[in-house]
Design a protein around this ligand. Structure first.
Ligand SMILES: C[S@@+](CC[C@H](N)C(=O)[O-])C[C@H]1O[C@@H](n2cnc3c(N)ncnc32)[C@H](O)[C@@H]1O
Length: 394
Protein backbone atom coordinates (compact mmCIF):
# COMPACT_ATOMS: atom_id res chain seq x y z
CA UNK A 1 0.00 0.00 0.00
CA UNK A 2 1.38 3.41 -0.93
CA UNK A 3 2.10 5.68 2.06
CA UNK A 4 -0.44 8.16 0.70
CA UNK A 5 -3.24 5.58 1.03
CA UNK A 6 -2.31 4.60 4.56
CA UNK A 7 -4.41 5.62 7.51
CA UNK A 8 -2.95 7.79 10.26
CA UNK A 9 -2.74 4.71 12.51
CA UNK A 10 -0.84 2.76 9.90
CA UNK A 11 1.52 5.62 9.11
CA UNK A 12 2.31 5.95 12.80
CA UNK A 13 2.68 2.25 13.34
CA UNK A 14 0.05 2.11 16.02
CA UNK A 15 -0.84 -1.27 17.40
CA UNK A 16 -4.51 -0.28 17.46
CA UNK A 17 -4.98 0.42 13.81
CA UNK A 18 -8.71 0.87 13.25
CA UNK A 19 -12.15 1.50 14.76
CA UNK A 20 -12.88 -2.21 15.07
CA UNK A 21 -9.70 -2.99 17.01
CA UNK A 22 -10.31 0.00 19.31
CA UNK A 23 -13.76 -1.42 20.11
CA UNK A 24 -12.27 -4.86 20.78
CA UNK A 25 -9.79 -3.49 23.29
CA UNK A 26 -12.50 -1.51 25.02
CA UNK A 27 -14.80 -4.54 25.07
CA UNK A 28 -12.24 -6.68 26.91
CA UNK A 29 -11.90 -4.02 29.56
CA UNK A 30 -15.69 -3.66 29.96
CA UNK A 31 -16.10 -7.44 30.18
CA UNK A 32 -13.70 -7.50 33.07
CA UNK A 33 -15.82 -4.85 34.77
CA UNK A 34 -18.95 -6.94 33.90
CA UNK A 35 -20.52 -3.96 32.15
CA UNK A 36 -20.44 -5.26 28.59
CA UNK A 37 -24.19 -6.04 28.45
CA UNK A 38 -25.30 -2.59 29.54
CA UNK A 39 -23.45 -0.55 26.91
CA UNK A 40 -23.10 0.25 23.26
CA UNK A 41 -20.09 1.90 21.71
CA UNK A 42 -20.19 5.21 19.93
CA UNK A 43 -17.84 5.77 17.01
CA UNK A 44 -14.18 5.57 18.22
CA UNK A 45 -11.98 8.47 17.16
CA UNK A 46 -8.27 8.69 16.88
CA UNK A 47 -6.42 11.62 18.44
CA UNK A 48 -2.95 11.49 16.96
CA UNK A 49 -1.67 14.49 18.87
CA UNK A 50 -1.78 12.34 22.00
CA UNK A 51 -1.54 8.96 20.24
CA UNK A 52 -4.81 7.74 21.73
CA UNK A 53 -8.14 6.28 20.65
CA UNK A 54 -11.25 7.61 22.37
CA UNK A 55 -14.13 5.13 22.51
CA UNK A 56 -17.48 6.67 23.58
CA UNK A 57 -19.60 4.52 25.92
CA UNK A 58 -23.39 4.76 25.50
CA UNK A 59 -26.22 3.55 27.75
CA UNK A 60 -27.68 0.57 25.88
CA UNK A 61 -31.34 1.62 26.16
CA UNK A 62 -31.24 5.42 26.27
CA UNK A 63 -28.16 5.74 24.02
CA UNK A 64 -27.04 8.49 26.35
CA UNK A 65 -23.31 9.19 26.51
CA UNK A 66 -22.11 7.89 29.89
CA UNK A 67 -18.32 7.98 29.54
CA UNK A 68 -15.35 7.09 27.38
CA UNK A 69 -12.48 4.67 27.30
CA UNK A 70 -9.13 6.07 26.23
CA UNK A 71 -6.66 3.63 24.70
CA UNK A 72 -2.95 4.21 24.14
CA UNK A 73 -2.79 3.65 20.37
CA UNK A 74 0.85 2.54 20.46
CA UNK A 75 0.62 0.03 23.32
CA UNK A 76 -3.14 -0.81 23.19
CA UNK A 77 -3.29 -0.31 26.95
CA UNK A 78 -6.27 1.39 28.53
CA UNK A 79 -5.24 4.75 30.06
CA UNK A 80 -7.02 4.39 33.40
CA UNK A 81 -6.48 7.99 34.53
CA UNK A 82 -8.01 9.36 31.30
CA UNK A 83 -10.91 6.87 31.06
CA UNK A 84 -14.20 6.96 32.96
CA UNK A 85 -13.63 4.63 35.91
CA UNK A 86 -15.70 1.46 36.25
CA UNK A 87 -17.54 2.61 39.40
CA UNK A 88 -18.67 5.85 37.79
CA UNK A 89 -19.75 4.01 34.67
CA UNK A 90 -21.69 1.49 36.74
CA UNK A 91 -23.46 4.22 38.73
CA UNK A 92 -24.39 6.06 35.55
CA UNK A 93 -25.56 2.92 33.79
CA UNK A 94 -27.54 1.41 36.60
CA UNK A 95 -28.74 4.28 38.72
CA UNK A 96 -28.47 7.94 38.09
CA UNK A 97 -28.44 7.45 34.39
CA UNK A 98 -31.74 5.62 34.45
CA UNK A 99 -33.42 8.73 35.77
CA UNK A 100 -31.50 10.79 33.26
CA UNK A 101 -32.78 8.52 30.55
CA UNK A 102 -36.34 8.98 31.76
CA UNK A 103 -35.90 12.74 31.85
CA UNK A 104 -34.53 12.73 28.35
CA UNK A 105 -37.45 10.68 27.13
CA UNK A 106 -39.84 13.09 28.80
CA UNK A 107 -38.03 16.08 27.35
CA UNK A 108 -38.51 14.71 23.87
CA UNK A 109 -42.15 13.99 24.71
CA UNK A 110 -45.05 15.14 22.63
CA UNK A 111 -46.36 18.67 22.88
CA UNK A 112 -50.10 18.56 22.46
CA UNK A 113 -52.26 21.48 21.45
CA UNK A 114 -55.36 22.09 23.56
CA UNK A 115 -58.64 21.24 21.91
CA UNK A 116 -60.74 23.48 24.19
CA UNK A 117 -63.18 25.86 22.55
CA UNK A 118 -63.93 29.35 23.79
CA UNK A 119 -65.74 28.76 27.05
CA UNK A 120 -67.72 30.89 29.45
CA UNK A 121 -68.51 29.20 32.74
CA UNK A 122 -70.89 30.42 35.38
CA UNK A 123 -70.10 29.30 38.91
CA UNK A 124 -67.35 28.79 41.47
CA UNK A 125 -63.92 28.28 39.89
CA UNK A 126 -62.96 25.79 42.53
CA UNK A 127 -65.63 23.43 41.18
CA UNK A 128 -65.60 24.28 37.50
CA UNK A 129 -61.85 23.88 37.12
CA UNK A 130 -62.25 20.23 38.10
CA UNK A 131 -64.22 19.64 34.88
CA UNK A 132 -61.43 20.89 32.63
CA UNK A 133 -59.01 18.34 31.13
CA UNK A 134 -55.42 18.13 32.39
CA UNK A 135 -52.94 20.40 30.58
CA UNK A 136 -55.67 22.02 28.48
CA UNK A 137 -54.77 25.63 29.39
CA UNK A 138 -51.77 27.49 27.95
CA UNK A 139 -51.83 30.69 30.03
CA UNK A 140 -53.64 31.99 33.07
CA UNK A 141 -54.12 35.70 33.55
CA UNK A 142 -56.29 36.82 36.40
CA UNK A 143 -56.89 39.22 39.20
CA UNK A 144 -58.26 37.48 42.28
CA UNK A 145 -61.19 38.82 44.28
CA UNK A 146 -60.10 41.40 46.83
CA UNK A 147 -60.05 40.41 50.45
CA UNK A 148 -62.45 42.68 52.25
CA UNK A 149 -61.47 45.60 50.09
CA UNK A 150 -65.06 46.40 49.26
CA UNK A 151 -68.18 45.21 51.05
CA UNK A 152 -69.38 43.25 48.02
CA UNK A 153 -66.25 41.08 48.14
CA UNK A 154 -66.63 40.30 51.83
CA UNK A 155 -67.19 36.58 51.26
CA UNK A 156 -64.63 35.11 53.62
CA UNK A 157 -64.64 34.58 57.36
CA UNK A 158 -61.08 35.80 57.69
CA UNK A 159 -57.89 36.30 55.71
CA UNK A 160 -56.77 32.68 56.23
CA UNK A 161 -60.01 31.41 54.72
CA UNK A 162 -59.52 33.76 51.78
CA UNK A 163 -55.99 32.44 51.19
CA UNK A 164 -57.20 28.86 51.43
CA UNK A 165 -59.76 29.52 48.70
CA UNK A 166 -57.14 31.02 46.42
CA UNK A 167 -54.75 28.14 47.21
CA UNK A 168 -57.35 25.58 46.07
CA UNK A 169 -57.74 27.40 42.79
CA UNK A 170 -54.00 27.77 42.24
CA UNK A 171 -53.68 24.02 42.94
CA UNK A 172 -56.44 23.01 40.53
CA UNK A 173 -55.02 25.29 37.84
CA UNK A 174 -51.67 23.50 38.21
CA UNK A 175 -53.33 20.30 36.95
CA UNK A 176 -54.92 21.93 33.90
CA UNK A 177 -52.00 24.17 32.96
CA UNK A 178 -49.82 22.80 30.15
CA UNK A 179 -46.22 21.77 30.79
CA UNK A 180 -43.96 24.73 31.58
CA UNK A 181 -46.65 27.37 30.98
CA UNK A 182 -47.36 30.58 32.87
CA UNK A 183 -49.73 31.78 35.55
CA UNK A 184 -49.77 35.57 35.71
CA UNK A 185 -51.60 37.28 38.55
CA UNK A 186 -52.47 40.93 38.98
CA UNK A 187 -52.60 41.56 42.72
CA UNK A 188 -51.81 44.31 45.19
CA UNK A 189 -51.81 44.89 48.94
CA UNK A 190 -55.25 45.76 50.28
CA UNK A 191 -56.16 48.53 52.62
CA UNK A 192 -58.33 47.59 55.57
CA UNK A 193 -59.97 50.77 56.73
CA UNK A 194 -60.22 51.51 60.43
CA UNK A 195 -63.61 50.85 61.95
CA UNK A 196 -63.14 53.24 64.95
CA UNK A 197 -61.36 56.54 65.39
CA UNK A 198 -58.93 54.92 67.88
CA UNK A 199 -57.90 52.24 65.41
CA UNK A 200 -55.51 52.56 62.53
CA UNK A 201 -56.02 51.36 59.01
CA UNK A 202 -53.96 48.37 57.91
CA UNK A 203 -52.44 47.21 54.69
CA UNK A 204 -52.26 43.47 54.05
CA UNK A 205 -49.37 42.40 51.82
CA UNK A 206 -51.47 40.01 49.73
CA UNK A 207 -48.90 39.59 46.88
CA UNK A 208 -46.32 38.17 49.29
CA UNK A 209 -48.80 35.63 50.64
CA UNK A 210 -49.76 34.73 47.07
CA UNK A 211 -46.08 34.16 46.33
CA UNK A 212 -45.92 31.58 49.13
CA UNK A 213 -48.99 29.79 47.75
CA UNK A 214 -47.55 29.62 44.24
CA UNK A 215 -44.23 28.22 45.44
CA UNK A 216 -45.89 25.66 47.72
CA UNK A 217 -48.20 24.55 44.92
CA UNK A 218 -45.45 23.76 42.42
CA UNK A 219 -44.81 26.94 40.48
CA UNK A 220 -41.52 28.67 39.87
CA UNK A 221 -41.21 32.43 40.35
CA UNK A 222 -40.33 34.21 37.12
CA UNK A 223 -40.94 37.96 37.45
CA UNK A 224 -42.56 40.75 39.40
CA UNK A 225 -43.82 43.40 37.04
CA UNK A 226 -44.89 46.68 38.54
CA UNK A 227 -47.94 48.26 36.96
CA UNK A 228 -47.67 52.00 37.58
CA UNK A 229 -50.76 54.14 37.32
CA UNK A 230 -50.43 57.80 36.42
CA UNK A 231 -50.11 60.20 39.33
CA UNK A 232 -53.37 60.93 41.08
CA UNK A 233 -54.88 57.49 40.41
CA UNK A 234 -54.67 56.35 44.06
CA UNK A 235 -55.76 59.48 45.88
CA UNK A 236 -59.31 58.23 46.29
CA UNK A 237 -58.12 55.89 49.08
CA UNK A 238 -57.43 58.87 51.35
CA UNK A 239 -54.06 57.37 52.20
CA UNK A 240 -51.36 59.99 52.74
CA UNK A 241 -53.73 62.89 53.39
CA UNK A 242 -52.92 62.99 57.09
CA UNK A 243 -49.20 63.25 56.51
CA UNK A 244 -49.73 65.76 53.74
CA UNK A 245 -51.46 68.00 56.26
CA UNK A 246 -49.39 67.45 59.48
CA UNK A 247 -46.00 66.37 58.10
CA UNK A 248 -45.10 64.41 61.26
CA UNK A 249 -42.47 61.69 60.93
CA UNK A 250 -43.77 58.11 61.41
CA UNK A 251 -47.08 59.15 59.93
CA UNK A 252 -45.67 58.99 56.46
CA UNK A 253 -47.82 56.86 54.16
CA UNK A 254 -47.20 57.00 50.44
CA UNK A 255 -50.15 56.94 48.12
CA UNK A 256 -50.05 53.55 46.38
CA UNK A 257 -49.97 54.01 42.62
CA UNK A 258 -48.73 50.53 41.70
CA UNK A 259 -49.99 46.99 41.48
CA UNK A 260 -48.05 43.79 41.02
CA UNK A 261 -48.18 41.56 38.00
CA UNK A 262 -46.64 38.37 39.40
CA UNK A 263 -45.38 35.89 36.85
CA UNK A 264 -45.00 32.17 37.67
CA UNK A 265 -44.25 29.14 35.57
CA UNK A 266 -45.53 25.65 36.24
CA UNK A 267 -42.44 23.83 37.49
CA UNK A 268 -40.91 21.69 34.78
CA UNK A 269 -37.63 20.02 33.91
CA UNK A 270 -38.12 21.41 30.41
CA UNK A 271 -36.62 24.76 29.49
CA UNK A 272 -38.77 27.56 28.07
CA UNK A 273 -36.86 26.88 24.88
CA UNK A 274 -38.58 23.49 24.74
CA UNK A 275 -41.99 25.18 24.78
CA UNK A 276 -40.90 27.19 21.75
CA UNK A 277 -39.04 24.50 19.79
CA UNK A 278 -41.45 21.62 20.48
CA UNK A 279 -44.53 23.60 19.37
CA UNK A 280 -46.05 21.46 16.60
CA UNK A 281 -46.73 24.48 14.38
CA UNK A 282 -43.55 26.54 13.85
CA UNK A 283 -45.48 28.96 11.62
CA UNK A 284 -47.71 29.87 14.60
CA UNK A 285 -44.63 30.47 16.73
CA UNK A 286 -43.32 32.78 14.02
CA UNK A 287 -46.61 34.66 13.80
CA UNK A 288 -46.61 35.11 17.60
CA UNK A 289 -43.26 36.95 17.64
CA UNK A 290 -43.32 40.41 19.22
CA UNK A 291 -41.50 42.38 16.58
CA UNK A 292 -42.80 45.83 17.48
CA UNK A 293 -42.13 47.96 20.54
CA UNK A 294 -42.27 46.06 23.82
CA UNK A 295 -41.94 46.76 27.55
CA UNK A 296 -38.21 46.60 28.21
CA UNK A 297 -38.32 46.93 32.00
CA UNK A 298 -40.54 45.50 34.71
CA UNK A 299 -42.20 48.89 35.17
CA UNK A 300 -45.29 49.20 32.98
CA UNK A 301 -47.11 52.52 32.87
CA UNK A 302 -50.75 51.88 32.05
CA UNK A 303 -53.86 53.94 32.80
CA UNK A 304 -56.33 52.12 35.06
CA UNK A 305 -59.68 51.16 33.58
CA UNK A 306 -63.11 51.92 35.00
CA UNK A 307 -66.47 50.46 34.18
CA UNK A 308 -69.62 51.31 36.06
CA UNK A 309 -70.76 47.70 35.72
CA UNK A 310 -67.84 46.24 37.75
CA UNK A 311 -65.82 47.84 40.59
CA UNK A 312 -62.45 46.21 39.88
CA UNK A 313 -61.60 45.55 36.25
CA UNK A 314 -58.10 45.66 34.84
CA UNK A 315 -57.27 47.53 31.62
CA UNK A 316 -57.56 45.74 28.28
CA UNK A 317 -54.06 47.00 27.43
CA UNK A 318 -52.62 45.17 30.45
CA UNK A 319 -54.30 41.89 29.48
CA UNK A 320 -53.15 42.29 25.87
CA UNK A 321 -49.53 42.75 26.91
CA UNK A 322 -49.55 39.74 29.23
CA UNK A 323 -51.16 37.57 26.56
CA UNK A 324 -48.70 38.70 23.88
CA UNK A 325 -45.65 38.08 26.09
CA UNK A 326 -46.68 34.76 27.64
CA UNK A 327 -48.64 32.81 25.00
CA UNK A 328 -48.70 31.87 21.34
CA UNK A 329 -51.47 32.61 18.88
CA UNK A 330 -54.19 29.97 19.08
CA UNK A 331 -53.40 29.25 22.75
CA UNK A 332 -56.10 28.93 25.40
CA UNK A 333 -56.06 31.68 28.04
CA UNK A 334 -57.90 31.09 31.30
CA UNK A 335 -59.26 33.67 33.73
CA UNK A 336 -60.76 31.89 36.76
CA UNK A 337 -62.00 35.23 38.20
CA UNK A 338 -63.26 36.69 34.97
CA UNK A 339 -65.35 39.67 36.12
CA UNK A 340 -66.81 41.16 32.96
CA UNK A 341 -64.33 39.25 30.81
CA UNK A 342 -61.47 41.64 30.03
CA UNK A 343 -59.08 38.67 29.63
CA UNK A 344 -61.46 37.04 27.15
CA UNK A 345 -61.77 40.18 25.05
CA UNK A 346 -57.99 40.62 25.00
CA UNK A 347 -57.52 36.94 24.11
CA UNK A 348 -59.80 37.23 21.08
CA UNK A 349 -58.14 40.51 19.96
CA UNK A 350 -54.79 38.69 20.17
CA UNK A 351 -55.88 35.61 18.22
CA UNK A 352 -56.10 33.33 21.26
CA UNK A 353 -58.97 31.29 22.71
CA UNK A 354 -60.40 31.92 26.17
CA UNK A 355 -61.90 30.14 29.17
CA UNK A 356 -63.70 32.57 31.48
CA UNK A 357 -65.10 31.52 34.86
CA UNK A 358 -67.15 33.94 36.95
CA UNK A 359 -69.42 33.23 39.89
CA UNK A 360 -71.63 36.35 39.70
CA UNK A 361 -74.48 35.72 37.23
CA UNK A 362 -74.79 39.46 36.51
CA UNK A 363 -71.18 39.56 35.22
CA UNK A 364 -71.79 36.41 33.17
CA UNK A 365 -74.75 38.23 31.61
CA UNK A 366 -72.46 41.09 30.60
CA UNK A 367 -69.94 38.69 29.04
CA UNK A 368 -72.70 36.91 27.15
CA UNK A 369 -74.00 40.18 25.82
CA UNK A 370 -70.57 41.24 24.60
CA UNK A 371 -68.97 38.04 23.44
CA UNK A 372 -70.50 38.11 19.96
CA UNK A 373 -69.05 41.52 19.32
CA UNK A 374 -65.58 40.23 20.31
CA UNK A 375 -65.82 37.09 18.21
CA UNK A 376 -67.70 38.34 15.18
CA UNK A 377 -68.39 35.55 12.71
CA UNK A 378 -66.85 32.78 14.83
CA UNK A 379 -69.38 33.32 17.62
CA UNK A 380 -71.06 30.02 16.78
CA UNK A 381 -68.02 28.09 18.01
CA UNK A 382 -68.34 29.43 21.50
CA UNK A 383 -69.66 27.26 24.32
CA UNK A 384 -71.11 28.04 27.71
CA UNK A 385 -70.97 25.68 30.65
CA UNK A 386 -72.29 26.10 34.13
CA UNK A 387 -71.29 24.92 37.57
CA UNK A 388 -74.42 22.76 37.65
CA UNK A 389 -73.42 20.87 34.54
CA UNK A 390 -75.48 22.50 31.79
CA UNK A 391 -73.85 23.37 28.50
CA UNK A 392 -75.08 25.51 25.64
CA UNK A 393 -73.61 26.07 22.21
CA UNK A 394 -74.12 29.67 21.23
C1 LIG B 1 -61.00 41.52 40.63
S1 LIG B 1 -62.40 40.88 39.85
C2 LIG B 1 -61.81 40.51 38.23
C3 LIG B 1 -62.19 41.53 37.20
C4 LIG B 1 -61.68 41.18 35.82
N1 LIG B 1 -60.25 41.15 35.76
C5 LIG B 1 -62.20 42.18 34.77
O1 LIG B 1 -61.37 42.91 34.18
O2 LIG B 1 -63.41 42.23 34.56
C6 LIG B 1 -62.58 39.31 40.57
C7 LIG B 1 -63.83 38.56 40.14
O3 LIG B 1 -63.79 37.24 40.68
C8 LIG B 1 -65.12 36.82 40.91
N2 LIG B 1 -65.04 35.69 41.85
C9 LIG B 1 -64.79 35.70 43.18
N3 LIG B 1 -64.73 34.45 43.68
C10 LIG B 1 -64.93 33.62 42.63
C11 LIG B 1 -64.98 32.21 42.49
N4 LIG B 1 -64.80 31.41 43.55
N5 LIG B 1 -65.18 31.68 41.28
C12 LIG B 1 -65.37 32.49 40.20
N6 LIG B 1 -65.36 33.83 40.26
C13 LIG B 1 -65.14 34.40 41.46
C14 LIG B 1 -65.78 38.07 41.46
O4 LIG B 1 -67.19 38.01 41.31
C15 LIG B 1 -65.13 39.17 40.63
O5 LIG B 1 -65.92 39.51 39.51
Amino acid sequence: MKPANKTVAERRNYSVINVQSAKEVAFVWLKRAQLENAIDFGLPEIDDRYHVWRVPILHKTSQEHVGEIVIDARTSLILQDKSTDANTLEARLLGRNDSLAKKKKKRNGQYTLSSLRNTIASGDSEEILQDLPAQSIDLVFTSPPYFNARPEYNDYLDYEEYLLKIRKIIREVHRILAEGRFFVMNVSPVLIRRSHRNQSSKRIAVPFDMHRLFIEEGYEFVDDIIWVKPEGAGWATGRGRRFAADRNPLQYKPVPVTEYILVYRKESDKLIDWNIRAHPEPEIVKQSRIDDEYEKTNVWKIKPAHDKRHPAIFPLELAEKVIAYYSFKGDVVLDPFAGIGTTGKAAVKSGRRFVLIEKEPSYIEIILNEVKSWLGKSASTQILIGGNGWAINL
